[in-house]
Design a protein around this ligand. Structure first.
Ligand code: ADP
Ligand code: MG
Length: 238
C-alpha cells in the first residue's frame, strides 16, 4: 500500500474508454509526473484523483481509505490548474484566505498560514493587491499559495506552467522543485513537456492512448524506454 493508490482505475464516457486499467502506487513525498501527448488521458486521471470526475471502475485510495464516492471537498487534496481562476474582486490575501474560511479555519490560524505561505512563495508584498495588478508569474504563485494553505495530503497540478512564457516557465519550474524539496508534499503533476517531466519528478508515468506505457524514475525512462512510443516521446538516445 502506498500513500495514494490508483488500482485498476478506468474511465469511460459512454462507449468511449479514455483510461484503461491503471495501477499506480504513489509514496508519501513523491513527485509523480503524468506525461504524454494531448488527449492521452492525463487530466482525466488527475480529475479522478481530485474527485472532479467519477471513476468508472477500480479504486483510488489515500492512506488506504477508498476515495470512491468521496466529494472533492472531503478529500484533502488541492489542485492548481492551467487557468488559475483567482477571484478578480478580492485581494490576494482574500483569495488565499477564502478556501480556509469555507473550511471553517479560524482567523488566527488563517493569518498564520497566509504569513508562512506568502513568505515561502515571496508574495508577502502583494497581499493587498487585486489579481489584475499582478503579472502571470505572480498570479501563478498566488494560485499555488491558495492551494498550499489548505495543507493538503496530495497536491495536484494540471499543466500549471503552460500559459507562461518560456523564461518564466523555467523559473517557476525551479520554484516548484524547491517547494517540493522544502515541504516534502506528495505531488501528482500533469504536463505534456518532457523536460518538465524529467527535471521535476521522482517518478514518471508516460501515457499514450489511455494507457500508462511506462512507470519509472526519470533515469529508467530515459535510459531504458519500454517501447518505441516512450523512446520517441521522451527523446531517448537510440
Ligand atoms: P489530456 O489531459 O492528456 O490532454 P484528457 O484526459 O483531457 O487528455 O482527455 C482524454 C480523452 O478523453 C480525450 O480523447 C478526450 O477527448 C476525452 N474526453 C475528455 N473529457 C471528455 C468528456 N467529458 N466526454 C467525452 N470525452 C471526453
Ligand atoms: Mg489535459
Amino acid at each position: 500500500m502506498g500513500f495514494l493508490d490508483i488500482k485498476q482505475a478506468t474511465k469511460s464516457y459512454g462507449s468511449l474508454q479514455v483510461l484503461h486499467e491503471t495501477d499506480i502506487s504513489v509514496e508519501e513525498g513523491e513527485f509523480l509526473v503524468l506525461v504524454g501527448p494531448s488527449g492521452c488521458g492525463k487530466s482525466t486521471l488527475l480529475n479522478m484523483i481530485a474527485g472532479l470526475e467519477d471513476i468508472t471502475s477500480g479504486e483510488i485510495a489515500i492512506r488506504g481509505k477508498s476515495m470512491n464516492g468521496v466529494k472533492p471537498a472531503d478529500r484533502n487534496i488541492a489542485m492548481v490548474f492551467q487557468s488559475y481562476a483567482l477571484y478578480p474582486n478580492m485581494t490576494v490575501r482574500g483569495n488565499i484566505s477564502f478556501g480556509m474560511e469555507m473550511h471553517g479555519i479560524q482567523k488566527p490560524e488563517r493569518e498564520k498560514r497566509i504569513d508562512q505561505v506568502s513568505d515561502l512563495l515571496q508574495i508577502s508584498h502583494l497581499l493587498d493587491r487585486k489579481p489584475g495588478q499582478l503579472s502571470g508569474g505572480q498570479r501563478q504563485r498566488v494560485a499555488m499559495g491558495r492551494a498550499l494553505v489548505r495543507e493538503p495530503d496530495v497536491f495536484l497540478f494540471d499543466e500549471p506552467l503552460s500559459n507562461l512564457d518560456a523564461k518564466l516557465r523555467v523559473d517557476m519550474r525551479t520554484e516548484i522543485k524547491k517547494l517540493h524539496q522544502k515541504l516534502g508534499t506528495t505531488i501528482v503533476y500533469v504536463t505534456h513537456d518532457q523536460i518538465e517531466a524529467l527535471t521535476l519528478s521522482t517518478r514518471i508515468a508516460v501515457m499514450f492512448g489511455g494507457y500508462v506505457q511506462q512507470l519509472g524514475t526519470p533515469k529508467e525512462i530515459y535510459d531504458n524506454p519500454a517501447n518505441m512510443f516512450v523512446a520517441g516521446f521522451m527523446g531517448s538516445p537510440s
